[in-house]
Write a protein that binds this ligand. Structure first.
Ligand SMILES: [Zn+2]
Length: 253
């Protein structure tokens, strides 16, 4: 099993990161993929990767919530990292219109710039959207030349949105939201194309039921897998094999 989106380098894990990784291994987690968010997260992320080189793999990118008036400079610094270290993806990148629309133009520019890095470096992208699925899809449609691949992480949208994402050749990352009783995913998950599904936690956020509201961690990927298995009338092992295969192909693990 692979946790395709985990911020275990965050300070929330400073006191027990090793226990968290050991619990993940005990649950059969093979890889934990680490998305970068801004300039400050790079050092703790690379340290975490270095501590667990067989398990943790880093991405590099600028998260839309950390885009501001200095975006050109920040992107220049982030871009340099690609020549200094090997990364499995450009991420996380995207558009977030929920928290703050002040830098909407800058967010779009940063997203397009980073999509072009992905084309140049032949890397998949890990996309964050919030209140912005339509905007994100239209930018992606504009940039998709057949070479872009990636995942809409933390997917909680409709069947139509899932189809539009898959039509662009993109995967869906299912996490804790899939287990929420009021999330509406019980009707969406049975309709999704299994070839485009991967699992994630987005820890420390969005812990799946029954840990909702508490700190999330990679070991809980199994709870998401179980939820998908229940809704699809499949075995946990089938969901594990399928999503692990999809993640390995997407991230070339
Ligand atoms: Zn994230």
């Amino acid at each position: 099993m692979i946790d395709s989106h985990a911020h275990i380098y965050a300070s929330e894990f400073d006191n027990d990161r090793d226990d968290v990784v050991q619990r993940a291994l005990a649950q059969g987690i093979e890889h934990i993929l680490l998305p970068n968010i801004d300039l400050d997260s790079i050092e703790p992320m690379l340290k975490t990767e270095a501590a667990y080189p067989e398990i943790c793999r880093s991405m590099m990118g600028l998260h839309p919530c950390y885009v501001d008036g200095n975006v050109d400079q920040t992107l220049a610094t982030i871009y340099q990292w690609f020549s200094q270290h090997s990364f499995i993806a450009v991420g996380e990148i995207g558009i977030d219109l929920y928290w703050d629309k002040t830098y909407r133009t800058e967010q779009e520019k940063a997203f397009i710039t980073q999509l072009n890095w992905a084309k140049e470096m032949r890397l998949p992208v890990v996309i964050h959207t919030r209140d912005s699925i339509e905007e994100t899809l239209s930018l992606l449609r504009q940039e998709q030349d057949g070479s872009l691949s990636g995942v809409f992480h933390c997917f909680g949208g409709s069947i139509e949105e899932a189809k539009a994402i898959n039509d662009l050749g993109f995967h869906l990352g299912l996490g804790g939201v899939s287990t929420f009783k009021n999330g509406g995913m019980d009707v969406v998950i049975p309709e999704l194309d299994l070839n485009y599904l991967i699992l994630e936690t987005d820890c420390p956020y969005l812990a799946p039921v029954p840990h909702r509201g508490k700190r999330n961690e990679p070991a809980y990927t199994q709870l998401v897998a179980q939820r998908v298995a229940d809704l699809r009338e499949m075995s946990l092992q089938q969901v594990d094999e399928l999503t692990t295969h999809n993640a390995k192909m997407l991230f070339k693990l």
